[in-house]
Structures are given as structure tokens and as C-alpha cells.
Ligand binder design. Structure first.
Ligand code: C2E
Ligand code: MG
Ligand code: MG
Length: 726
């Protein structure tokens, strides 16, 4: 090995030493490597020089380690005497070498060079070497610059070594650490009474040392952890001598903060417990920052899905990708159909569980590169990328995914012991590059979702321009509905209700809108609109008044005297604070017999706020009116609630009646509803009865009241009264 080759190797070794903490073992290793690389026949010894034992020019040192091919192993750990001048580095090179070599009892013939490397005051390393005959380069010349560095590195390292080498008073050091530590330190005795805290403790908790001495550390508890938490913590310390983790504590000023706590048991050599040492840091800032960065910036904290901001970013990327590749992408706008009901009736916790589960299912439906985002509430967006270049094929692909999502989200949800059902409405829009603006794509997807909702929910709909027109028409309709009442375009039709011996029991009043241009508008079309705009409140009151006037009129005729009149009440109307007063006043004003007025409620009304509903129903019952549960079976009411509601009647929804004869499921449901009504002491009526077979089936199963086209369609009052007479 040439001189120039050797130096870099050695330099590396020096740097290695400089970066390590513990000097002696490292030095041993490094010097071994050094010798190996230089292929000198050499070795070294480590001498341990005790602090001030120098007398009369002689110093007794201990031989700590020997590396190399000489026979000194026998003297390891033994003292040898060296000239004091050698240790003080004042001896001349000659003296130094001779003295050292003779002290180490090495013969001059074998080792020609000798280099010493002092390690602070604690000792030195002596390098001994035989010259290399070929190069004729003395070892000292060759290694001089390297050893200079080595010495510096060793001195640096030995600072770190000071503690272990016993040069610094341990107590002083510990005290320094305790006082200057950034972490709060708390020491308790074996009975967990605080004996000492450090300044950082005071800074973090607000309690001075005097305030806490002798106290139980539990005084710092925030109340956020339950009994089990602390029990497990102390169990851990008992078992392992140690506990580490996150903990919420309370400062003196009452503020609760998260900390990272580390508790250790301190025992003596016999194993007797003396202290617990707790070290903790306040991690509230870190946590806040983390939470902010993670949750607020780009992700929805509940579902961990990308939020709107990240969605926009991903969409922009998808647009750019599509522009380059010519491939379509798709945006799926997903809204849950009855999330609000579940959220309102089962509580937000259940709602949150449901949303998280929906997020999981959505994620499972898409490929890795696709994005599932939550916009808020129950609105989710899925972005599909890299679809086919042809629009039709791409649409088919997107439809496949959308249907898969629809299917998966309609599966039952088991959330905290209960099972829930929901369905999605999904709007789909395709995009290709930057042909449409991002805003437009999102708007169109939203519109398509709305279209899916109006198409009966649990549906997938693609955006198309025709939709735009119908949206606008809806806006017009809303405007016109505002004046319908004033312009006397609203009227009531009546549909007869019969018993099994074909005797009229009464009628249901059904609202109709006679529009000057549109003709007769179905309530299915305008009632939801009236609900949304709040117009249902004045309209509903008008229906109630009209029905009560009629009830009063019917009193004058024997054929109509005992007929009941069922009036539909919408959620908004029922919830309005003066609904009870309105009914009461209407009954008084019109002179209608309250027992003949039947209010039809739907399950969604009832479930919205069960306690409030029960209270309101009781008040109304005191007036003498009765209640029927409309569309029964389509909602989510449980027997639990049903039992508590002061109902008089259950109305089997027409969707069950429709296939009752052919569909064994529907037949079973209807049978169950009838039995349940009996158990609850309620009477039961079936709506939507169109055929004799349906009627007979119901009659034979115990339902003896009917409403449906078989007996009569909803008709204007004149026709209704005429048919009664006939
Ligand atoms: P609903 O209360 O369940 O009323 C029964 C609906 O079923 C009525 O539709 C009725 O015409 C229809 N129907 C009756 N017999 C049969 C049958 O044999 N076969 C079929 N296929 N259908 C039958 P309509 O009149 O279109 O009313 C729809 C919904 O509008 C009502 O459902 C009710 O929820 C709401 N509605 C009607 N009038 C009012 C009102 O005055 N106030 C409120 N809040 N809602 C109303
Ligand atoms: Mg009804
Ligand atoms: Mg109904």
C-alpha cells in the first residue's frame, strides 16, 4: 500500500472515531483496522494514568489493553512505572521512545518506532511499530498527520466519556440534568407521595415544588381516563418496573393537556422499592400541530378520507392526466338516502359509525389510483381515472362501479349491536381532459345525484342536459306553489275507506293542485316541494280546516254522520310549535267532532324526536282526535317506539299490499303487521287495495278495513258524496 492510498483510509477511521461515543472499545477496534490497512508489523497498548499519583519523576500507570503481535498480554491490568516527563509530554522524542519501549519491555530491534497519543488526562495510547523495509518510510512520518486528527477526535469523544470514566461527580451531573431538563421530572416515594419535582415540572403543571410535596400525583389527573387506565398503568409498573405512554393531565389553571409520560420504579440492590420517577413532556403543541396538519388540511377527520380540498387537487390532476392520455374519467356523487333520519333518531355516534363504514365500503370498491373523498355530511365523491377513451365504454365502466357501490352500500350495517339499512343515490358525470371546468363537473354530478333521488333513491343516474331543464322546471313549480293557496288552486279529493262488510268507515282527504296550465299536479310532486319551502304549514292548516268544516257538515246527514276523516300531517307541520293549538282552534271554530278526525302520521315524523312526538300526540289525544300510522313498514320504527306511541291505527303501506297474493315475503310482512297490531291493541287498515284477491287475503288474515281503487279512487267531494248515496 502506497502512502497516498493509506491516508484516506486512516482519515476515515479518524472520522469514525469522532462520531462515536465510547472511546476505548472504539479506539481498540479502529487501531486494529489501522494496522491491518497499513500492514505495518505493529501493535499498541492502552495505558491508564491515574490522576495525580506522580512522584519523583516516576508515574505508576496501568496497562489496560494490548493489541498487536507482541507478548504483553501477561501484564494487562498490572502497573508499570514510567518517567513523569513522558506523561507530561515534555520529554524529547528520543527519551520518550526509549523509556516507553523499555518500560514495556519491548526490544528495540523489533519495534523501531513508537508514538504516543494522550487521551486527555486519563491515559494514553502507545503505538509501537517496526519499519517497513521496502518503503523505508518511518511510521512516524507517515502517521503523523493522521494521529493529530485522531488525538483531536479522541479528546472530543472523551468528553462524552467523562461520565462513565468517573471524572465528573455523578451527583453533580444528575443534579444538572434534573434542574435543566426540558422534561418535567417528578419523584415519589414508594407510597406514591411526591418528594421532589424539577423546574420543568413547575413550568408545565403550574405547581411549585412546595405545593406538591407530600401529595399524591393523582392531583394532576385530568378526569379523562377511567379507573381501568390507571389500574393498568400501575399494573404495568408492578410487572415490568416501567410504564410509558400518552396521558391527559390537568394544569393548576385547570387546563387539560396531553403529555408523554415515562414512569420507572427505582429499587435498591436488594430489590426494595424506594422511588418512582416520572418524566413527562407536554405534547399538546405537537398534538395540535399534528392534528391540524393531518385533519384540517387534506383529510376528513372522521373517515380519514380526502376532504374537499384534496379532492379538488386530485380532480385537477385527473383532468391533466386525461388531457394527455385521452382517457375518460368519472365523478360519482354519492348521497345516503336516509342518513338524516338515522343520525337524528339514533344519535350522532351511530351516524358517525355509519359514515365510517360507508367510507370503508367505498374504498373497497375502487382501484388504488382512484379517489374516495368525503365532502361533509353524508356526501361522498368518488373519482375514477383511466377509463376507456370511448365515451360509451367509459360510461359503462363507470356504471359498473356505481352499481357496485350502490349494491354494497345497501347491504345492512351492523353498528354497535344494531343493524341499520340505508341506500345511496348516485349521480355520475364523465369528464375528458379540460373540456369542462372543474366546477361544472362537480355541479353536474350533484345534479345527477339529485336526479337519482327524485327517481326513487337507491339509484344511479348519469348527468344529461335534459336534467337541467327539469331542474329549472322544478324551480318554476316552486314559485307557482307559493300562490296556489291564494289563487284557490288547491282542493281536496276524498277516498273511501270500507270495512269487510262493504260499509263505509270514512275517507282520507288527499290534496290536489289544479294548475291552470299543468292540469292536476300530483301531491307526490308538490308535497315534497312544499315541505322544503315550508309552504306545507299554511297549506296543511288549510287542509285541516277544510276537512273539519266537512266533518261538521256531515253531522247533518245520517249517511255521513259517523264517517271519519283522515288528514295527512307532514313532518314540518307536526313539528311547528303551535300545531296543537291550531288543531284545537280549528275543531272549536268548525264545530267538528274530534273523535271523527284522524291524523295520519308517518314513521319519519315519529322517529325524528320520539319524546317530543309522544308528548304532542298525548296533548292532541286529550282533545279527542285519533292517530293512524301511515305507510307503515316502509320506515324504521321499532316495536320499542311503537309500544309507547298513543296510536289508534296502523295503515299497512300499499307497497306490501301490491304483491301480497304472489310474494310470500310481502304476505309474511303483512301477517306480522296484523298480529303486531293485535298485540298492541291497535286497529289496522290496508291501503292500495286494488283487487278482490288482495281484499280477501287481508280479510282472512285479520285486517278488516280497506282503502284502495277496488272501493273507490280519490274523487272530488261531490262525486264522493254521490257515490255514498248510490
Ligand atoms: P298517502 O297518505 O299514503 O295516500 C295514499 C296514496 O295512495 C294516495 O296518493 C292515493 O291516491 C293512493 N292510492 C289510494 N288507493 C290506491 C290504490 O288502490 N292503488 C294505488 N296505486 N294507489 C292508491 P296521492 O293522493 O297521490 O297522495 C300521495 C301522498 O301525498 C299521500 O300518500 C300523502 O303522503 C301525501 N298527501 C296527500 N295529501 C296530503 C295532504 O293533505 N297533506 C300532506 N301532508 N300530505 C298529503
Ligand atoms: Mg295518508
Ligand atoms: Mg300511505
Amino acid at each position: 500500500m502506497e502512502h497516498d492510498d493509506v491516508l484516506p483510509v486512516l482519515y476515515d477511521l479518524v472520522v469514525t472515531i469522532g462520531s462515536e461515543l465510547s472511546v476505548k472499545p472504539l479506539l481498540t477496534r479502529t487501531l486494529q483496522r489501522l494496522l491491518y490497512h497499513t500492514s505495518y508489523s505493529a501493535g499498541f497498548v492502552c495505558l491508564n494514568v491515574p490522576p495525580c499519583k506522580a512522584e519523583d519523576g516516576q508515574v505508576e500507570v496501568r496497562l489496560d489493553a494490548v493489541v498487536g503481535d507482541f507478548d504483553l498480554v501477561g501484564v494487562i491490568g498490572k502497573p508499570i512505572v514510567l518517567p513523569r516527563a513522558l506523561i507530561c509530554q515534555s520529554a524529547s522524542r528520543e527519551t520518550e521512545q526509549t523509556a516507553l519501549l523499555s518500560a514495556l519491555r519491548c526490544t528495540q530491534t523489533q519495534y523501531k518506532s513508537c508514538l504516543r497519543l494522550p487521551i486527555n488526562h486519563s491515559g494514553m495510547i502507545v503505538l509501537l511499530a517496526a519499519e517497513m523495509p521496502e518503503t523505508n518510510l518511518p511510521l512516524t512520518t507517515m502517521l503523523q498527520p493522521v494521529l493529530a486528527h485522531l488525538a483531536k477526535a479522541v479528546i472530543l469523544c472523551s468528553h462524552n466519556d467523562a461520565y462513565t470514566s468517573g471524572l465528573v461527580n455523578q451527583r453533580d451531573l444528575l443534579e444538572k440534568v434534573f434542574e435543566s431538563s426540558y422534561s418535567g421530572v417528578m419523584i415519589t416515594d414508594a407510597d406514591r407521595h411526591i418528594v421532589e419535582v424539577n423546574p420543568a415540572f413547575t413550568r408545565i403543571t403550574g405547581y411549585s415544588s412546595e405545593e406538591v410535596q407530600g401529595k399524591d400525583p393523582h392531583m394532576l389527573a385530568s378526569g379523562r381516563h377511567d379507573h381501568d387506565f390507571y389500574r393498568e398503568l400501575w399494573e404495568d409498573i408492578g410487572n415490568n418496573g416501567h410504564w410509558e405512554g400518552e396521558i391527559w393531565n390537568r394544569r393548576k389553571n385547570g387546563e387539560v393537556y396531553p403529555g408523554w409520560l415515562n414512569i420507572n420504579r427505582v429499587c435498591d440492590s436488594t430489590g426494595t422499592l424506594h422511588y418512582y420517577v416520572g418524566m413527562f413532556s407536554d405534547i399538546s403543541k405537537r398534538k395540535q400541530a399534528e392534528a391540524q396538519i393531518h385533519h384540517l388540511a387534506f383529510y376528513d377527520p372522521l373517515t380519514e378520507l380526502p376532504n374537499r380540498r384534496l379532492l379538488i387537487e386530485r380532480l385537477q390532476q385527473a383532468f391533466s392526466f386525461g388531457a394527455r392520455s385521452g382517457q375518460h374519467g368519472a365523478v360519482l356523487f354519492i348521497d345516503l338516502d336516509n342518513f338524516k333520519t338515522i343520525n337524528d333518531t339514533k344519535g350522532h355516534e351511530t351516524g358517525d359509525l355509519l359514515l365510517s363504514e360507508v367510507a370503508r365500503r367505498l374504498t373497497s370498491c375502487v382501484r388504488d389510483g382512484d379517489t374516495v373523498a368525503r365532502l361533509g355530511g353524508d356526501e361522498f365523491v368518488v373519482v375514477l381515472e383511466s377509463l376507456k377513451t370511448g365515451a360509451d365504454e367509459a360510461a359503462a365502466q363507470a356504471d359498473l362501479v356505481a352499481e357496485k357501490i350502490r349494491d354494497l352500500l345497501s347491504q345492512p350495517y351492523r353498528l354497535a349491536e344494531y343493524v341499520y339499512h340505508t341506500t345511496p343515490s348516485i349521480g355520475v358525470v364523465l369528464f375528458l381532459g379540460h373540456r369542462q371546468s372543474l366546477d361544472d363537473v362537480m355541479k353536474h354530478a350533484d345534479t345527477a345525484m339529485y336526479q337519482a333521488k327524485t327517481a326513487g333513491r337507491n339509484t344511479v343516474r348519469f348527468y344529461d342536459p335534459v336534467m337541467q331543464a327539469s331542474i329549472e322546471a322544478r324551480a318554476d313549480l316552486e314559485e307557482e306553489l307559493r300562490y296556489a293557496l291564494e289563487l284557490q288552486q288547491l282542493c281536496l279529493h276524498y277516498q273511501i275507506q270500507m270495512d269487510s262488510r262493504n260499509r263505509p268507515l270514512g275517507a282520507e282527504a288527499l290534496l290536489r293542485w289544479q294548475h291552470p296550465e299543468r292540469g292536476l299536479v300530483s301531491p307526490a310532486q308538490f308535497i315534497p316541494l312544499a315541505e322544503e319551502t315550508g309552504l306545507i304549514v299554511p297549506i296543511g292548516l288549510w287542509v285541516l280546516q277544510t276537512a273539519c268544516v266537512l266533518l261538521n257538515n256531515w253531522q247533518g246527514d245520517a249517511s255521513t254522520r259517523d264517517l271519519t276523516l283522515a288528514v295527512n300531517v307532514s313532518a314540518k307541520q307536526f313539528r311547528s310549535p303551535d300545531f296543537v293549538t291550531q288543531v284545537q282552534r280549528t275543531l272549536v271554530d268548525t264545530g267538528a267532532k274530534p273523535s271523527l278526525l284522524k291524523l295520519e302520521l308517518t314513521e319519519s315524523i315519529v322517529l325524528e324526536n320520539v319524546e317530543d312526538t309522544i308528548a304532542k300526540m298525548r296533548e292532541l289525544k286529550l282533545l279527542g282526535v285519533s292517530f293512524s300510522m301511515d305507510d307503515f313498514g316502509t320506515g324504521y320504527s321499532s316495536l320499542q317506539y311503537l309500544k309507547r306511541l298513543p296510536l289508534d291505527q296502523i295503515k299497512i303501506d300499499q307497497s306490501f299490499v301490491r304483491d301480497i297474493v304472489n310474494d310470500p315475503n310481502d304476505a309474511a310482512i303483512v301477517r306480522t303487521i296484523i298480529v303486531m297490531s293485535e298485540v298492541l291493541g291497535l286497529n289496522v287498515i290496508a291501503e292500495g287495495v286494488e283487487t278482490q284477491a288482495q281484499r280477501d287475503f287481508l280479510d282472512s288474515r285479520g285486517c278488516h278495513a280497506f282503502q284502495g281503487y277496488l272501493f273507490g279512487r280519490p274523487v272530488p267531494l261531490q262525486d264522493f258524496e254521490a257515490s255514498l248515496k248510490a
